[in-house]
Design a protein around this ligand. Structure first.
Ligand SMILES: NC(=O)c1ccc[n+]([C@@H]2O[C@H](COP(=O)([O-])OP(=O)(O)OC[C@H]3O[C@@H](n4cnc5c(N)ncnc54)[C@H](O)[C@@H]3O)[C@@H](O)[C@H]2O)c1
Ligand SMILES: [Zn+2]
Ligand SMILES: [Zn+2]
Length: 372
């Protein structure tokens, strides 16, 4: 089937709209007509080269939702017309991680930055007109009008789901909310710092609120982001981590935050060190943001790590299990307890994707979303 999609021919590079040929779905695959796709910062990391993929060109996008157009032979669980939200990480349901409640760590994720079929690293579902294979970002490529994916990457949702909002459940919602609730294990009464309140941090704010945090301190240099964070439940907002640390100490008799969650756009070791300094004895630093693949090292005082028993935890997709957590977060949204609409600042056509990323860098979007 013919489609148009946003591809990177190399990195660093810019998204370019090209014609694509999208494979017919094979067994255990579905082809989806996209409705909406969020502009997550991680796709920009692919464009800058922070997050290299194994094959270029690559068609971007990993936070999307759409309607099943066709279903592969002998494939159960989906019929044409079903609404689906993609999970940016596949879940096979059978590996050690899936079967112990950690679908975010499914072994299939090993091929997520190859962009091929899971069972064949030389087989790609998208092609350019001249037959050149095109990798799929995280195996899904939500920046294409149509995309064929493994059923392991798609979650069926009820027919009344507003996909133009629910697309955020494919990455931002689970990642941010789960960074607070699952990875950070925020407890009632906690003091929590969220460092960077863009798309992911805005969901972390809501996760911290749901977990019962008494103080949720949002940190962002951009005033509009701080204002939005407060509208989403942050009790305080400040422009710098130093100010947040002082504030957290003032609420805790000088001890510091219980949990600090790092969701800045481009992470460096120094950000983690700042968050590390902000937490109390036995406090937890959750590292969700991504940076350049080559960067190594966190400049934290080793004695403080040991003597204060502080913890630094990575968080992938908010330590969530998409088959359980995407429906759970959708339920919270539909009952009015989780806010997604407020995160979507601007909608773009596919052809305006570069403007969407320019707006992200300019700090004028919480989340930009492509509407197909
Ligand atoms: N771990 C995961 O599973 C996962 C999933 C999705 C995204 N991510 C990563 O999470 C990060 C955030 O993504 P996003 O889409 O929300 O990006 P974003 O650009 O929308 O938000 C980042 C925010 O951080 C702010 N910021 C920058 N420097 C700061 C600093 N020093 N202190 C405080 N705030 C600062 C920016 O103003 C911006 O509001 C990115 O690195 C992205 O790649 C990780
Ligand atoms: Zn993402
Ligand atoms: Zn698995």
């Amino acid at each position: 089937m013919r489609s148009r999609g946003a591809v990177l021919r190399h990195a660093p590079g810019k998204f370019e709209i090209v014609d694509l040929e999208v494979d017919d779905p094979r067994q255990n695959e579905i082809r989806v007509k996209m409705v909406a796709s969020g502009l997550c910062h991680s796709d920009d990391h692919m464009a800058t080269g922070d997050l290299p993929v194994a094959l270029y060109p690559v068609c971007g996008g990993h936070e999307g939702a759409g309607i099943v157009e066709s279903v592969g032979p002998h494939t159960t669980g989906f019929v044409p017309g079903d609404k689906v939200v993609f999970s940016f990480l596949p879940a096979c349901g059978k590996c050690r991680w899936c079967s112990t409640g950690h679908q975010n760590l499914c072994d299939l994720g090993a091929l997520a930055l190859v962009g091929s079929r899971w069972d064949d690293p030389t087989s790609f579902r998208l092609k350019l007109d001249d037959g050149t294979p095109v990798a799929q970002a995280l195996g899904i490529s939500t920046f294409s009008e149509y995309t064929t994916v493994s059923v392991d990457s798609a979650i069926k949702v009820p027919a009344d789901t507003p996909l133009e909002r629910a697309c955020l459940l494919g990455c931002a919602a689970g990642t941010g909310w789960g960074s607070a609730v699952n990875t950070g294990e925020v407890k009632p009464g906690d003091t929590v710092i969220i460092m960077g309140v863009g798309g992911i941090g805005s969901m972390a704010v809501q996760g911290a609120v749901h977990a019962g945090a008494a103080q949720v301190i949002a940190v962002d240099p951009v005033a509009f982001k701080r204002e939005t964070a407060e509208a989403l439940g942050a009790t305080h907002s400040v422009p710098s981590i130093d100010a947040a640390t002082e504030l957290a100490q003032s609420f805790t008799n000088g001890q510091g935050a219980d949990v600090a969650i790092v969701t800045v756009g481009v992470i460096h070791g120094e950000h983690v060190a700042q968050a590390f300094a902000s937490v109390r004895k036995q406090g937890t630093v959750v590292v969700t943001a991504l940076g350049n693949v080559t960067e190594v090292g966190i400049p934290v005082p080793l004695l403080e790590l040991v003597l204060f028993e502080k913890k630094i935890k990575g968080s992938l997709f908010g330590s969530s299990s998409p088959n359980a957590d995407i429906p759970r977060l959708l339920g919270l949204y539909q009952s009015g307890m989780l806010r997604l609409d407020e995160l979507i600042t601007t909608e773009y056509g596919l052809d305006d994707i570069s403007r969407g990323y320019e707006d992200m860098h300019a700090g004028t979007n919480i989340r930009g979303v492509i509407r197909f």
